[in-house]
Design a protein around this ligand. Sequence first.
Ligand code: ZN
Ligand code: ZN
Length: 317
Amino acid sequence: MSNQNLSRRGFLLATGAACYSAAFKSNEAAEPVRDANQYKKLDCHLHINHKDRSIEDTIKHMDATGTAKAFILPLETGEGGVLLRTETVLHAFHKYPDRLIPFCQTDIRQAEVIERIRAYHLLGCRGIGEQKEHLPLNDRRVEAVIAECDELNWPITVHFQDDKNGFNQGIEKHLETYLKKYQRVRIIGHAQSFWSHISADVPSPDKTLYPRGPVKPGGLLDHLLGEYPNLYADMSAGSGFTALSRDEDFTAGFLERHPKQLLFGSDCPCSDGRGGNFNGVCYSTRLQQFLLRMVKDEATLQDIFYHNAERALNGTA
Ligand SMILES: [Zn+2]
Ligand SMILES: [Zn+2]
């Protein structure tokens, strides 16, 4: 960005949008260009072998999307369509320790799962996720890993999907119980049934997992994010983008109400940061452009792109 642009941006920030439109109405070209590259970014949701992407190509995806760091989330059971072992994530972390933040995940129906998680902690893992197995949210084994994260002062990224073949079903009944009972763990909410609850009316998950159209205020997400600073929202993938883009007037207020709990993330499987091997869509760049347009406050934008994930990671809410 040139100095001229910088000073113009400073001027606009100082004077506000109303004054801006009066001063520059006749000159549309004078509108400042906000470039995503001027913000430091931490992708809170990235896998490695999505569509067989290699470790190196995952780093290339980060470079191409201007992403400094990423939480790398294994999925050991493969139940969600991607199989990524924690050992692969640790291997990648040892190759790129300044870029990758390793999470762990393992089959929580197996015996000694807590011992394995403690071993991953000693090996450098920083959280659990993506927690995505065919178990209801109130299953005692799901609770056991949440309790362990509370003990370790860790975050856990949970995939909420309420249909019959989904994962961690029962967000409406059971998430608040965990948020109340375990206040040290940071629960990072992800996926369709998390984001469906941006609205107070949620269609049956068997009808659609991606509701569209106007949001009815008073949804579960506003309630829980408002009450519990230990809850964070992972904006990645089609689920996050669909929910945030379905009613921009509502989203503008939602972003203002929860500026410290929203996390930029992609879950992007594309090969190159430009949608390669994925129908020309890159979830990372698409969300970046959306946030640049929607979040007017500079400090909030930087929080969403980076600092909120850092606080979720370190427990410095
Ligand atoms: Zn994922
Ligand atoms: Zn991408």
